[in-house]
Design a protein around this ligand. Structure first.
Ligand code: G2I
Length: 467
């Protein structure tokens, strides 16, 4: 299958290998998550993204490329969100409308907007029974399997280094009580189609987190939830590359926020994957809707590996369920009670997620950063020829309004992508400074940024300077 991919790519394909942390560097203070949970009570961000960043998380929105010329829409997007998901532009029908002919223009508009504004990108979605172009709908068997894998490879390769998390496979399980896979042309290519897609995605973009994403998987007692859980557990046991589970979390009167929602988030997290709330919307209005948003956000913050929330649109009028007014801003772009409840919940309590890369091999020093100072911790996830560096910045015993982290890259290493920070260069001595939403850190709180590069990651001692 690799040979087929190599031919279709026109370039060599690296055989899949698991991610291995080859090196880790720790300097300054690395505060245990429990300590941070206590210390973070004082944080009070004024936007969704800033507040989530203070908790080491992202807050994103689904974005439509054709709305990037709407000033109200873009104003809210840039002010409030630090992650985006293309709502339709990365789907199979959008990116490969004719077999072997790829179109990325609309998706690129969103990715470029995100990168220019320091936002992460969630890729959605590489393999799905729905939104297939006509040519794919008509395929079956090994030809379809190869076409699917080629699609995964081509799209993930094109965006290599630019995607924080990919929804590799979307909605592969049936509704109802069967716990079975959903019947589809992809499923009929063989039960291993999902793991084959994940392996192809890892080979194409080793730096992206790879997620399985589904809906009606919010209630821990539902058969569909348990079926997805069993698949993820099996993947982890057998070494199939999976890093995260996406809960779409589309709620309304017929499908309310379940009482055991936090149990579900924790249950998946306990398998050793991140959990992301990927398409949140809650129909309703006023205080009841606000209360539901608050519950969802608090549940995520209570689970250390619930690393981010994405709402499925910005204004009610942008929603796929517009008549249910399920979002945080009304049609005029005004903040709704649901917005305030979401921000309040983000600002109160919660845990800080653990480093999502392998734990550092050097024991962290126990001395705290100086008063008015800051410290940086770098974890490296490396593979042959590249790396992803995840950097945690922690304020000392007083608040800071900005930070700069200086690292030194070995000769030949080049930064290809940076998120949640701006770098001064791409090689040698590089200083990463905060972006608008994550500069302010109250005492003892932390934020995370990252960069991906070719070559070998930083091995020296980063320094953190308040600014
Ligand atoms: O259905 C809600 C979401 C459920 N989970 C997967 C998501 O990908 C899905 O998103 C929705 C988009 O919000 C809609 O915007 O997916 C729909 C398609 O499956 C999207 O609707 C489509 C319309 O069906 C098309 O007619 C239209 O051309 O949007 C397209 C672009 O506007």
């Amino acid at each position: 299958m690799d040979n087929t991919l190599a031919r279709a790519n026109g370039r060599p394909v690296t055989r899949w290998r698991p991610r291995v942390a080859l090196a880790s560097v720790v300097v300054g203070l690395s505060v245990a998550a429990t300590t941070l949970a206590v210390a973070s009570g004082a944080a009070a961000g004024t936007t969704l993204g800033a507040s989530a960043a203070e908790k080491g998380r992202y807050f994103g929105a689904a974005v439509a490329a054709n709305k990037l010329s709407d000033a109200t829409y873009v104003g809210i997007l840039n002010r409030e969100f630090n992650s985006v998901t293309p709502e339709n532009e990365m789907k199979i029908d959008a990116t490969e409308p004719q077999q072997g002919q790829f179109t990325f223009a609309n998706a690129d508009r969103i990715v470029n907007h995100a990168r220019a504004n320091g936002m992460q990108v969630r890729g959605h979605t590489l393999a799905w029974h729905s939104q297939q172009p006509g040519w794919m709908q008509n395929m079956s068997g090994s030809a379809l399997r190869q076409a699917m894998l080629n699609h995964v490879t081509q799209v993930a390769t094109y965006y290599r280094g630019k995607i924080h998390s990919w929804d590799v496979v979307n909605e592969a399980f049936a509704d109802g009580g069967s716990g079975a896979r959903r019947d589809s042309n992809l499923q009929r290519t063989g039960n291993d189609w999902i793991e084959a897609a994940f392996r192809a995605a890892r080979a194409a973009d080793p730096g992206a987190k790879l997620c399985y994403n589904d809906y009606n998987t919010d209630d821990w007692s539902h058969a569909k939830t348990q079926a997805v859980y069993a698949m993820v557990r099996d993947f982890k046991q057998r070494g199939v590359p999976i890093d995260c589970v996406g809960l779409q979390s589309h709620f309304n009167a017929a499908s309310p926020v379940p009482g055991n929602y936090q149990t579900t988030l924790q249950g998946f997290a306990d398998l050793g994957v991140d959990v992301q709330i990927t398409e949140l919307d809650i129909e309703g209005s006023g205080q009841p809707q606000a209360d539901n948003y608050g519950r969802v956000v608090r549940a995520c913050l209570a689970v250390a590996r619930c690393t981010g929330i994405t709402v499925w649109g910005i204004r009610d009028t942008d929603s796929w369920r517009a008549s249910g007014t399920p979002l945080l801003f009304d049609g005029n772009g005004n903040k709704k009670p649901a917005y305030s409840a979401t921000l309040d919940a983000l600002n109160s309590g919660g845990t800080t997620p653990p480093p999502t890369t392998a734990p550092p091999s050097t024991p962290p020093p126990t001395t705290p950063p100086p008063s008015g100072g800051c410290a940086a911790t770098v974890s490296l996830n490396s593979w042959n020829g590249g790396f992803v560096a995840t950097v945690r910045v922690t304020a000392g015993s007083t608040a800071i309004d900005g930070w700069a982290v200086a690292v030194t890259l070995p000769g030949g290493a080049t930064v290809t992508n940076t998120w949640n920070a701006r770098g001064s260069g791409i090689s040698g001595a590089v200083t990463f400074r905060n972006v608008e939403y994550n500069g302010r850190l109250s005492a003892g709180t932390t934020t995370e940024f990252g960069f991906q590069g070719t070559g070998v990651g930083p091995t020296g001692t980063p320094t953190c300077t308040p600014s």
